[in-house]
Design a binder for this molecule. Structure first.
Ligand code: C2G
Length: 153
């Protein structure tokens, strides 16, 4: 029987950390199912992704380690998903350590090390910096312009 692995995540601004964990999860079985959090569910999680759900799930579907991608719409669906998709292994990053031990009566549960030095939160911070810098630069240009206008008038 092929061994089925399942994981859950937002996968916003897809980066090497996401790729690494999907690669390692695929190594734990023959088939990898990834549940991608919808924008509505992320609102419940207090997250506001930059990339909309339709694009995030399409990106995840295109990853060679991924055999199936489904929407994650609520916290409770994990217990029904493992039956619905005949899952053998549940895996997720160690930032969720212990949070899904309740699934151990049904499947093997793994918490995998995260990839250091990269996170969507950090990418968002860098991007917001760019914005700020641009605004500052623009302010500077406007000040110079209004100075020139003053001098010319
Ligand atoms: N990840 C990682 N290394 C990083 C960043 C993320 O291994 N540097 C892993 C996370 O641990 C997670 C997966 O990548 O297993 C997806 O991360 P997120 O998109 O941040 O997922 P999250 O929003 O935490 O959703 O029901 C569970 C939730 O849906 C998990």
């Amino acid at each position: 029987m092929p061994k089925t692995v399942i994981t859950y995540g937002t996968f916003d601004l897809f980066h090497i950390g996401h790729l690494n964990i999907l690669k390692r999860l695929k190594e734990k079985g023959d088939r990898l199912i990834v549940a991608v959090s919808t924008d509505e569910f992320n609102a419940i999680k207090g997250k506001k992704p930059i990339v909309p759900f339709e694009q995030r799930i399409e990106i995840v579907r295109a990853i060679k380690y991924v055999d199936m991608a489904i929407p994650e719409e609520n916290w409770e669906q994990k217990r029904t998903d493992v039956d619905k998709y005949d899952v053998d292994v549940f895996g997720i990053g160690e930032d969720w350590k212990g949070k899904f031990d309740d699934l151990e009566d049904k499947v093997e549960v793994f918490y995998l090390p995260r990839t250091d030095g990269i996170s969507t939160t950090e990418l968002k911070r860098v991007l917001s910096n760019f914005d700020e810098q641009k605004v500052e630069a623009l302010k500077g240009t406007l000040d110079t312009l209004s100075q020139i206008v003053k001098e010319l008038s």
